[in-house]
Design a protein around this ligand. Sequence first.
Ligand code: ADP
Length: 162
Amino acid sequence: MKKTAVYPGSFDPVTNGHLDIIKRACAIFDTLTVAVLANRNKRPLFSVEERVEMLKKSLKGNKKVRVDSFDGLLTNYLRTKKATVIIRGLRAVSDLEYEFQMAHVNRLLYPKVETVFLMPSDNFVYLSATIVREASAMGGKLHQLVPSHVTEALRKKFKNLS
Ligand code: ADP
């Protein structure tokens, strides 16, 4: 039986940290669905469609990965996809508390679910999409931290916003 997993997140925008986690998940699972959350509370910089497109571009050629989007409860999404494994990335200790809360609630909502935490390579331990957005808004270019098409999309986005 094929082992399949879902990697949910905002991906606003996708960073090399996310891509590192995806690569590691692909080494363990047969298929991986990267699921973009259509955040209701946060006001994202990029639309869901833009975020999905950037992920697809970054993952072109990777046959194990699918990119999708969802709204509402992750556990409902998992049920519709018949998936029981959630992938999450763990950066420094700062992620731990929130991630444990989420994993706990998801297990209560869907007991079959298992959350698998993966650690990124050292270069990405302090990388977040928030920091990428903030640096880009002030004209900083983070070549080493996001794919080049994402740098370009950020540049365009902030040009249009200013
Ligand atoms: P962010 O916190 O960067 O806005 P997301 O909400 O898109 O990211 O996060 C989706 C998942 O990816 C979360 O489990 C998050 O901890 C993980 N993640 C994000 N950036 C990294 C990184 N640099 N290294 C490892 N995991 C990461």
